[in-house]
Design a protein around this ligand. Structure first.
Ligand SMILES: [Fe+2]
Length: 385
């Protein structure tokens, strides 16, 4: 086995875990905190609750300028505020976007290099400022990953950064913060979680340390996502999905994501679809195409989610998984790619070569059970259309 496993040094998983923020921030030696979040968290009052909790010992400044699909400009704005207010601790509060922005702000504070130089694998020289992540969606798993995705606004490309220095020191995983998520968001980030579990398990980089996490992520998601979507206040389902997201994050960050994430990022960059939604739109077709490369593993997933009987042979079981994923999307109100893109088919076709190049350049497709050519990626985009 050849595996490296990195996670935050402290992961607190509990209803109410976010109330440990002040204690954990003090333990990290923070004297002044930058709370990196977005307008939704400000409007909900959650950002202020965090500031109030910290107020006794650690004054906090709120940077709420993070947009969905955070950009290099968001990071630079947050960094400027951090420097102006002399913050020595960063807190990421929200979904994947604020947490990813917080991660990159924390390392940009200590690494004097253009953000583009962080893109790729292990490109960040020095540890960042101490970072606490608090997810409010279940989710990206960003609170436990060493990955951040930041859009390069000049080139309209999503820069994938993977480095141990992007890890939070503390993750506060509190499902109670996810109880108010709207149904479409629950669906999109929930299928993202499922994608993390599946891709981590079928990846060429899957290993003994990540397999159990990936499988439990998949099992929990299959058993709870629809309930969490249908009954937003269902605490056991929300708790299970928050845990699944955390497990999925640990799994994919230490195995890898594959073709779905590789092809999803160009959709996000080009058409500004949310990350989870663009993954969900690709997952069934790309799973069907990838089956021959990992029949036994896809069969194991199919049995685990109940798409195939326990005694079903591998070939039959694996073949049932794409249909299951299509039906799951339909139950969650997730349609076809064409219904989310404001563009006709001809214009979409013209974008495909550049999207295929960007997908391959990310490195993720190379971990897929079957590695596609650029032409095959273009054909798969057509199938998802
Ligand atoms: Fe993802």
């Amino acid at each position: 086995m050849n595996a490296q496993f990195n996670v935050p040094s402290t992961i607190l998983v509990a209803g109410g875990a976010s109330q440990q923020l002040a204690a954990q921030a003090a333990r990290l030696g923070g004297r002044r905190a930058l709370l990196v979040t977005d307008a939704t968290m400000v409007a909900s009052g959650l950002a202020q609750r965090c500031v109030d909790q910290l107020a006794a010992n650690i004054p906090a400044t709120v940077f709420s300028g993070v947009k969905p699909d955070p950009t290099d400009e968001n990071v630079r704005d947050g960094l400027a505020l951090l420097r102006k207010t002399n913050c020595d601790l960063v807190i990421g509060l929200g979904g994947g976007s604020p947490m990813d922005a917080a991660k990159v702000i924390a390392v940009a504070a200590t690494n004097d290099a253009p953000l583009r130089e962080f893109a790729g694998y292990h490109r960040i020289a020095r540890a960042g400022l101490p970072l606490v992540c608090i997810p409010t969606t279940a989710g990206t798993g960003s609170e436990v990953t060493k990955v951040a995705v930041i859009t390069d606004t000049e080139r309209d490309v999503k820069m994938m950064m993977l480095d141990v220095h992007l890890l939070a020191r503390v993750a506060l995983v509190d499902f109670e913060l996810s109880l108010t998520m709207p149904a479409p968001l629950t669906a999109h980030v929930g299928v993202d979680t499922l994608t993390h579990g599946i891709e981590a398990f079928v990846s060429k980089k899957a290993n003994t340390l990540t397999d159990p996490l990936a499988l439990e992520c998949i099992r929990l998601t299959a058993a709870n996502l629809f309930t969490a979507w249908e009954e937003p206040g269902n605490r056991p389902a929300r708790e299970a999905m928050m845990l699944a997201a955390c497990l999925g994050g640990m799994a994919f960050a230490n195995s890898s994501v594959c073709l779905v994430h590789g092809m999803s990022r160009p959709i996000g960059a080009m058409f500004h679809l949310a990350h989870g939604l663009s993954n969900a739109l690709l997952l069934p077709a790309l799973t069907r195409w990838s089956l021959p490369g990992a029949v036994a593993r896809y069969a194991q997933i199919a049995r685990l989610v109940g798409a195939a009987a326990n005694g079903a042979p591998d070939g039959t079981a694996a073949a049932s998984l794409p249909d299951y994923l299509e039906k799951l999307n339909a139950r969650l109100g997730i349609g076809r790619l064409r219904s989310f893109i404001k563009m006709d088919r001809v214009a979409f076709e013209q974008k495909l070569p550049a999207m295929a190049d960007a997908a391959l350049a990310s490195g993720s497709p190379q971990n897929n059970p079957v590695v596609p050519t650029a032409d095959e990626i273009i054909e798969l985009y057509r199938q998802a259309w």
